[in-house]
Design a protein around this ligand. Structure first.
Ligand code: AMP
Length: 317
């Protein structure tokens, strides 16, 4: 176990890193932040802030040497420099989890290999035949960039031949995935934590309402039958075990009108849909992340209120 008094490192210095630093500090840890942009939100509440590019390997190693473990708060960190961190201290979750989750094609193939339910899809290599992938999946479908996509960025819905032509042009030279369009009943997410001893805990299932592809609000517990909640939590546990996860991971799911669950995407970190846990749960997702990466027993994820709604207010609202 990594004891309080030790330093924990986080790659990325946004709001999730800031809330992680606040939880870690309250628990007696010191937080070191590595973030290319100066004066980042997490840096303000951390002991040390490193402002260098993620490819500056020597700086990353120096950062890692000051920490007992390193984690991350967003997934678009280049993977190769992370091997250098792992040569110095444990990176939690390990780099293969990050590499899998940061590319939609890799993520979906991993889920399929593990026998986990995933939205039907076809992969398109850079310069590949997108129209063929659309024929394979069938219309309506959604084309997404394989790399660096989030909140609906780099996505196009394809319903007609004209849309196919537009998509072929828009995705020229890019790796993409073509997904079946799911006429879902609702979108759900489950946050799961696993510590080095293999203890696993899930947070209650959130029901997520998106507006313009961006999370608008979350209702917890999700307004779905208890059997669906149990299935969603079980699915998240299976994912955590299959990854040999040490840390926290969010699983976003579609529930279709037949009651079937399919994974949309995964993020190996805390999640917007888990912010309710700061006020409505015995243990917040940030405290749980600290517990998981330091090897403490995981905290109780029972709700302290009968139900909660989290509203996602963006800066310009
Ligand atoms: P993503 O960036 O993949 O999380 O997509 C953002 C949002 O777009 C999702 O939360 C859904 O509301 C919608 N979406 C993405 N993929 C699909 C799909 N295959 N079928 C229906 N809606 C989708």
């Amino acid at each position: 176990m990594i004891s309080p008094g030790s330093s924990i490192g986080v790659l990325g210095g946004g709001q999730l890193g800031r809330m992680l630093a606040q939880a870690a500090t309250r628990m007696g840890y010191r937080m070191h932040v590595y973030e290319p942009q100066e004066n980042c939100p997490a840096g303000e509440v951390a002991t040390r802030e490193f402002n260098f590019d993620y490819r500056e390997v020597e700086r990353l190693k120096e950062f890692a040497r000051g920490c007992a473990a390193v984690t991350y708060e967003f997934e678009n960190v280049p993977v190769k420099p992370l091997w250098e961190i792992e040569s110095v201290v444990p990176l939690r979750p390990h780099w293969e989890v990050l590499e899998t989750c940061q590319n939609r094609a890799r993520e979906k193939n991993w889920l399929k290999r593990k026998g986990l339910p995933v939205v039907p899809f076809a992969e398109v290599e850079a310069g590949g035949d997108l129209a063929k992938a659309v024929r394979e999946v069938g219309m309506p479908c959604v084309v997404k960039t394989a790399d660096f996509g989030y909140d609906g960025k780099g996505q196009l819905k394809v319903r007609s031949k004209a849309d196919v032509v537009a998509a072929v042009e828009a995705y020229t030279g890019q790796r993409a995935v073509v997904e079946k369009f799911i006429d879902f009943k609702c979108e759900l997410s489950v946050i799961v934590a696993r510590n080095p001893a293999g203890e696993v805990r899930t947070f209650p299932v959130a029901e997520n309402i998106h507006t313009n592809h961006i999370l608008d609000f979350s209702i917890v517990p999700a307004r779905v039958p208890q059997s669906v909640q149990r299935d969603a939590e079980e699915l998240a546990r299976r994912i955590a075990d299959a990854f040999d996860l040490v840390g926290l991971l969010a699983v976003e799911l579609f529930l279709d009108s037949d009651g079937n669950l399919a994974v949309n995407e995964m993020a190996p970190r805390t999640h917007n849909s888990g912010h309710w846990s700061l006020d409505g749960c015995v243990t917040s997702q940030f405290e749980q992340q600290v517990r998981a990466i330091t090897g403490m027993p995981l905290g109780d994820t029972a709700m302290t209120v009968p139900a909660t709604v989290m509203v996602n207010i963006l800066g310009d609202a």
